[in-house]
Ligand binder design. Structure first.
Ligand SMILES: *Cc1c(COP(=O)(O)O)cnc(C)c1O
Length: 495
């Protein structure tokens, strides 16, 4: 790589514009890492003082390492930040940990111990929350197509809220509840036409997506609803008339990786205006408003998330203005952060295997080299780069290096050329076989989306608390790969 006259390495023409050449590729940017992550005197990455190489040796790689204290601190920051911001205005706020981001018995328990409630999105997630001992009254059940078995179980165990996604589901749930002699506690999921779009949001009138009940009046008769009324209005009327339903309030979720409060604020305004219409038409003030999740985190150094308390205060100001203008009592506010709690608490440790440098055509018409660094996992333990083109970053974990930073692509070991772990990152030129790489912010949507593609056993998950590491999900074994096989030779072929 060329060196500029001030001694800094020049950018590769293959690098995306947002990626600067780091002065020190071994530096741990605080925004990216769990609070317990640091480097020791020798330069090795540590988690609450435990060396990366010790974790790798004891538990193997790939390894998902969760800083449990960091997870708990982020959960408390949401609970305290939102409760304080909304205490005077609406009597406080309830924080539901969005389990789908990283749900295990352990993580559900941590959330509950820190005073959070837990959102689930399937019967399986509900089972995990119940197994963790979460009070059913503090569990929400989501899903756009819940099965009868899922709805019956939710009614039976007494979940605190079922977030209903359609008029179809509402009438079906009402019938199931009546048949079971129970009352379904219902939140209606509305689509306010506000969508998170990277660092911005976009506002639309109509909703062409599978989730929720639109606030916009229908232009045609659909699902038996008269044209000119919104699906949301029809759902409220249906819910208020159904004997098996207790309508608690309304819900909206505007997307993910949201960095500013204004998108949440606009959604809240639209939904509060709808609640004012409900009050006028039915004489009912619904008591709950859930503003969903989607609070952004830093995956690379260009992301700058705001503290939960800051989002909470900005949002509370918007809500206050809206309820005063509309003449409403403030409903109780709830929210559903997932990745903002579980994401930054996690990091993945990989062992480096093959490295190779290839020539690539650069956008400037020339040729430039790209270094490929292959690790012992990939899309099976983190499918987000493949699914969403998600960006991550990485650092050398076992050691620091004086070698110059070179543009690198960290790839997995799967039979897919798209099997990318980190698309673009500058790593020390001497990184090679046997080195450890750490990828930050991998707590959310990795373990829960992992697969056995290429028959790779899924990694272990280790939690570090008060300087001690313990396995919360063991690594899969070769036997696990055969556990569901009906092959009659299965038993014989096991060692
Ligand atoms: C996915 C989801 C969340 C959590 O989203 P994050 O981006 O992890 O905060 C919350 N609520 C609903 C309804 C969701 O679908």
């Amino acid at each position: 790589m060329a060196t500029t006259n001030d001694g800094a390495s020049a950018a590769s023409p293959l690098a995306p514009a947002w990626l600067p050449v780091p002065g020190d590729p071994d530096r741990l940017e605080p925004v990216l890492w769990a609070a317990g992550v640091d480097r020791d005197a020798s330069g090795e990455l540590t988690v609450q003082g435990i060396a990366a190489s010790a974790l790798a040796e004891q538990f193997g790689t790939p390894l998902l390492v969760i800083d449990e204290d960091d997870f708990r601190a982020r959960a408390r920051a949401f609970r305290d930040g939102f409760d304080a911001a909304f205490r005077e205005l609406c009597g406080g706020a309830d924080v539901y940990y969005a389990g789908k981001s990283f749900l295990t018995v352990s993580t559900a328990r941590w959330a509950a111990e820190e005073g959070l409630r837990v959102d689930t999105a399937s019967g399986g997630e509900l089972a995990i929350a119940l197994r963790a001992g979460v009070d059913p009254a503090h569990i929400g059940l989501h899903g756009n197509n819940k099965s009868d078995a899922e709805l019956r179980r939710a009614l039976e165990v007494g979940v605190g809220r079922i977030i209903v996604d359609s008029v179809d589901e509402l009438t079906h749930l009402a019938a199931l509840a009546e048949a079971a002699g129970r009352t379904a506690p219902v939140m209606l999921r509305l689509t306010p036409g506000v969508h998170a779009h990277t660092h911005d949001f976009i506002a639309t009138a109509h909703e062409d997506q599978k989730f929720g009940l639109s606030l916009a009046p229908s232009v045609q008769d659909a699902d038996g609803n008269a044209a000119g009324r919104s699906p949301a209005a029809v759902a409220v009327e249906t819910a208020l008339a159904a004997p098996g339903v207790e309508l608690l309030g309304v819900h909206c979720h505007i997307g993910s990786q949201i960095f500013e409060a204004d998108g949440f604020g606009l959604a809240a305004e639209r939904v509060l205006a709808f609640l004012a219409e409900v009050k006028e038409r039915h004489g009912v003030e619904l008591g709950e408003l859930d503003l969903g999740g989607g609070h952004g985190i830093a995956y690379t150094a260009v992301d700058s998330p705001r503290p939960a308390a800051e989002i909470a205060h900005a949002l509370a100001a918007d809500v206050q203005r809206a309820v005063e203008r509309l003449g409403l009592a403030c409903p109780r506010i709830s929210l559903e952060p997932g990745r903002a709690i579980s994401g930054p608490a996690g990091l993945t440790l990989y062992t480096v295997g093959v490295t190779k440098t290839v020539d690539a055509d650069a956008p400037d018409g020339g040729t430039a080299s790209r270094r490929y660094v292959a690790v012992d996992g990939g899309m099976s333990d983190n499918p987000r780069p493949v699914l969403y083109d998600a960006d991550y970053t990485a650092v050398s974990a076992r050691r620091t290096s004086e070698a110059e930073p070179v543009l690198s692509r960290v790839v997995g070991k799967h039979c897919e050329s798209g099997d990318i772990v980190v698309r673009d990152v500058y790593l020390p030129a001497d990184l090679g076989r046997g080195d450890l790489l750490a990828v930050p912010a991998t707590g959310a949507y990795t373990h829960v989306m992992s697969s056995n593609y290429n028959a790779l056993p899924r990694p272990a998950v280790v939690a570090v608390r008060e300087g001690a590491a313990r396995v919360i999900i063991r690594r899969e074994t070769e036997d696990d790969l055969f556990a569901r096989e009906a092959d009659p030779h299965n038993e014989e072929t096991r060692a």
